[in-house]
Ligand binder design. Structure first.
Ligand code: ASP
Length: 346
């Protein structure tokens, strides 16, 4: 019994890992998941850190030049969408039938306006389409062909689906499918799953990392904005929509409380209405952004929802809790000082 209590305490402590800081004007994530130092080469780690830095610099430059928080969010996310390292835009993962279907959303804290697209296959930067929906339509969420047509009409760059094609992502899909078939077979044969850490398993775990990207910015006018962009989850059923384009689940912003962008197993983030919950805890329970972020991730752990979030309040306080092994994340403060983290203990 004592061991169980100790274990539970340990899990909760791990689950509420968070760096906190103030004077932050832009915070980003590049996905949470099974990101372990032992599976990382120094080169790969450096590649991630430098791309995150580039994204922070791009967003920071917008704010420094008196741009809006929405433009800063888009600028930061575009850098990550254009990189094959992240599961968004160029690096999007495959569905069960080898399509790449992307979701994105953006929300403004000043007037609670929001825009999102889901299941798009030809929009180079889905976050730009989400911005167009927010700024140029009376709607919040457009899906599939209609979203693509709307984006094209509003001068958002359209590309051929071959732009997103990736051998690496196809191999990941194959490994995930093989592994999942094996798990099913084992389950029905013997009621057990092979958990030995052979190369196949390590690759499988690595493939299951989520890798969505997101950003929350606070501009000079004091307006918050949050955005999220993703290819979803490897081997998701085609047409499946995750939390990332769902306002309140994957993304939320309100100048009275905070801006939030989530990453992780989307179904759980939808069920717990995670992004809005952070804001609601601040609004109704008067929690700080850090308390609210930790509480929401604790609740996620209770239902088995793996992932994390970034949140920024209107005073520049940041929170980045997660319950996975790692989360690509970082922020820049008002003085241009950048901090980047990958693993749990940093
Ligand atoms: N939340 C995303 C989804 O479920 C995946 C991720 O965050 O990487 O589609």
């Amino acid at each position: 019994m004592k061991r169980i209590i100790l274990l539970t305490l340990l899990v909760f402590t791990m689950n509420t890992n968070a760096q906190t800081d103030s004077n932050v004007i832009l915070v980003i994530h590049g996905g949470a998941g099974t990101i372990l130092k032992k599976n990382m080469t120094p080169e790969k780690e450096e590649a991630y850190r430098s791309k995150l830095k580039e994204a922070l610099q791009a967003g920071y430059a917008v704010i420094l030049n008196n741009g809006t928080s929405s433009d800063a969010v888009v600028a930061a996310i575009n850098i990550m969408e254009d990189s094959p390292l992240f599961n968004a835009g160029k690096g999007s993962v495959y569905t069960n039938d080898e399509r790449q279907e992307m979701d994105a959303s953006i929300m403004r804290g000043s007037d609670l306006n929001a825009g999102a697209v889901a299941g798009v296959q030809t929009i180079k930067n889905p976050i730009n389409a989400a911005l167009s929906v927010m700024e140029k339509s009376e709607h919040v969420l457009l899906t599939g062909a209609g979203a693509q047509e709307f984006a094209e009409k509003n001068n958002v760059e359209i590309v051929d689906t071959s732009y997103f094609r990736s051998e690496v992502r196809l191999k990941q899909l194959k490994r995930v499918q093989d592994k999942e078939k094996m798990i099913l077979d084992h389950d029905s044969d013997r009621g057990a799953v092979d958990s030995s850490e052979d190369e196949f398993n390590i690759d499988y775990i690595e493939d299951k990392k989520f890798g969505t990207v997101g950003a929350v910015a606070l501009d000079k006018a004091g307006n918050l904005c949050a955005g999220t962009s993703t290819g979803g989850m490897t081997n998701k059923r085609y047409s499946r929509v995750g939390d990332s384009p769902i306002i309140g689940a994957g993304t939320y912003a309100n100048n009275e409380t905070c801006g939030v962008s989530c990453t992780g197993h989307g179904e759980f983030f939808i069920r717990n209405v995670v992004a809005y919950d952070v804001s609601a805890l601040m609004e109704y329970a008067k929690m700080t952004v850090s308390q609210a972020g930790n509480e929401v991730i604790r609740k996620q752990s209770m239902i088995g929802g793996k992932g994390g979030l970034i949140a920024l309040d209107r005073n520049g306080n940041v929170s980045m809790p997660f319950n996975t092994a790692g989360m690509y994340r970082g922020y820049v403060n008002v003085n241009g000082e950048i901090r980047i983290f990958i693993y749990e203990k940093e």
